[in-house]
Design a protein around this ligand. Sequence first.
Ligand code: C2E
Ligand code: CA
Ligand code: CA
Ligand code: CA
Length: 278
Amino acid sequence: DAKKARQRLQVYRTGRDAEHLHRLSLVNDLRRAVPNGELELHYQPKLQLSSRRVAHVEALLRWRHPQHGLVPPDEFIPLAEHSGLIRSLTDWVLHEVIRQCAEWADSGLDIGIALNLSAMDLGSGDLPDVLARHLARYRLDPGRLVLEITETAVMRDAFYSLEVLNRLKACGVMLAIDDFGTGYSSLSHLKRLPVDELKIDKSFVIGMDQDEDDAVIVRSTIELAHNMGLKVVAEGVETEATMELLHRYRCDSVQGYLISRPMAVAEATRWLGEASRR
Ligand code: C2E
Ligand code: CA
Ligand code: CA
Ligand code: CA
């Protein structure tokens, strides 16, 4: 009846308000995350199948919140995008990745780093300048960096994106299309972009050792990408059976829990040191 409905609405509203307040306070906390040193990068190896070598790691952002503990990126990246904080986070990531890559190179670790850009980063024209400045400051070979951009980000404003991508590419870095297969763009769209690598989304990869359809999608994506001169990375590789299939399909690199979970920097440094001696 009406009274019960009102009560239900009340409960619903309180829940929603609480959720809303929680997000508001998280945004406020996020503003202080960079100056307070609460952000950190975890690194996940990408294994090259032909050489069995780890040539790159992907940097994945983590937020160590003083009260809530480790907050995953899927929870705070969207907040950062909606509140306009994303550029300061991206600048921090860009700087930290370049500093870390130079540090590893100095210590004899021959490893490249891939980092993630948000759709909104492509909307601000000064990103290529920031990138060039950091590269010069640390004298880093730009060929060691891979910038990962989602398919949907590029397609949001394809014309403007193309210009920013061309300017990023001119810095000498490599570009990768992330989460491929989840958007609505076609490979013919991508043909016009200055990208080097395509990452097949884990939603197709995780079940491909069980699901024939997923296996077919992955296999044909690899073939098409190769025909366009792109390297292919499969993310979300969790089983030996999946890795064997990908090897058979001539996928270039694999990434996933089977090889390693993302690791904090100290553990990643140890892991990479051991892998390079194997
Ligand atoms: P992504 O770029 O597609 O990254 C892959 C995600 O899959 C990561 O989640 C990684 O930990 C997870 N993953 C890796 N291997 C496996 C596996 O074998 N199985 C499964 N089930 N998952 C696996 P994470 O670290 O939580 O990051 C989530 C997303 O947050 C990323 O997706 C990326 O879109 C975004 N993100 C992370 N760091 C940054 C950043 O610095 N800047 C921006 N703009 N976005 C970031
Ligand atoms: Ca990525
Ligand atoms: Ca993905
Ligand atoms: Ca993603």
